[in-house]
Write a protein that binds this ligand. Structure first.
Ligand SMILES: [Zn+2]
Length: 376
């Protein structure tokens, strides 16, 4: 008897979730749409809608046009019924944002707090998250959790930062970052998080390589909708592909000649820790020195992209801080890629990140949103 009860409850939850997910995906639906699309009876659909309205997850959003009779009401999900905080840990600063259940991001709040691998930093981070929630006027009760992206390799159980060259962090317990935060936390490598955000926003792309170019250079691979992380959780660390011999430029990882040493955005900053804005302003003004540096930079950027394309033969998304500045240069990059390609006669496989520079914060936050949507 007990077993039967459990099965009935499970079935009820499955039906409720089907109804919620269908409305979530279709945006605006009528009760009749749900009956037709899900193959459920009208009373079952009505019952589930009542529950979902009572849970504060649905709203009416107008009426459909009708050729006669009563107009059907449009039903939509309330996208800000739950919210998630996204945190991007960077070498020199922290980015904070929030997303709703549809993944719509708020503007980023940038805090000039340099990374430190200690409790003081963890305490500061927790206090800044609380301050952010208050400033944004978010109800702590509806916050599903805090997603945190780290520019480095994490242990398989995500309990440790194994190596984050740009943070100069090795074997740092994640707990020191998260133990003061009062919400659930989820940690992800920044490139994996960004790739997840990109894939989530491009349902047609199920296999892709993501190249993230910021102070650090990382990457991620998504194969048939799932992340490929490799044997040691460090697959697609494109930044540390060798592009020059041992006499190459020193890389933050301690080796020489890695791609990151040539295409990190800090290469473009005229002084250390200076934002790259100044470089791109000067480049636009026609500064010769900047043009020369940009030409050399693109040589290595295209070498990296071409290598990834040659190995994986899949779509590539270029993201990270660099993506913010590439609007004018994107066609130039594609032309350069065609010139050095062995197999391709177009570079249509290359896409700019949909999120420009804040994909990793959105990607880690999406973890909670997706989990919630599947569990309603
Ligand atoms: Zn390296």
């Amino acid at each position: 008897m007990k077993r039967t009860t459990a099965t009935t409850t499970d079935l009820k939850l499955i039906n409720r979730n089907k109804v919620y997910q269908y409305i979530y995906e279709q945006d605006k639906v009528s009760k009749q749409d749900l009956v037709a699309a899900l193959g459920l009876s009208l009373p079952t659909v009505s019952q589930n809608l009542t529950e979902l309205f009572d849970m504060g997850l649905l709203c009416y959003s107008g009426t459909f046009e009708s050729s006669g009779g009563r107009k059907a009401k449009k039903i939509s999900v309330i996208s800000d019924a739950r919210m998630v905080i996204g945190v991007e840990i960077k070498m020199t600063h922290i980015n904070l944002l929030d997303i709703d259940l549809k993944g719509n991001p708020s503007p980023i709040k940038r805090l000039e707090i340099a990374f430190e691998a200690n409790d003081r930093y963890g305490e500061l981070l927790a206090a800044e998250i609380d301050r952010y929630v208050e400033e944004r006027g978010l109800d702590p009760e509806i916050i599903l959790g805090v997603g945190i992206s780290i520019p480095g390799v994490l242990s398989e159980d995500k309990g440790q930062i194994i190596n984050a060259p740009t943070l100069k962090a090795r074997y740092v317990p994640i707990e020191s970052l998260t133990k003061f935060i009062k919400y659930d936390t989820y940690i992800e490598n920044d490139a994996n998080a960004s790739a997840f955000a990109e894939q989530n926003s491009r349902k047609d792309l199920t296999t892709l390589a993501f190249l993230s170019v910021s102070e650090g250079v990382g990457g991620a691979l998504i194969y048939n909708g799932s992340a490929y992380i490799g044997m040691n959780n460090r697959g697609a660390e494109f930044g540390h592909m060798s592009v020059v011999s041992r006499e190459g430029k020193p890389c933050a990882c301690g080796k020489k000649g890695c791609l990151e040493a040539y295409i990190s955005t800090s290469v473009l900053a005229s002084e250390k820790d200076q934002p790259v804005d100044v470089f791109f302003e000067k480049l636009k003004e026609g500064d010769d020195g900047c043009a020369e540096l940009w030409n050399d930079y693109l040589l290595f950027l295209c070498m990296g992209i071409n290598n990834i394309r040659t190995i994986f033969d899949c779509d590539i998304i270029l993201g990270g801080t660099l993506a913010r500045y590439l609007g004018d240069s994107f066609d130039d990059i594609k032309e350069r890629l065609i010139k050095i390609a062995v197999f391709d006669s177009t570079a249509d496989y290359l896409h700019l990140s949909n999120y420009r520079s804040n994909a990793s914060g959105i990607g880690t936050a999406l973890h909670f949103a997706v989990r919630f949507i599947k569990s309603v």
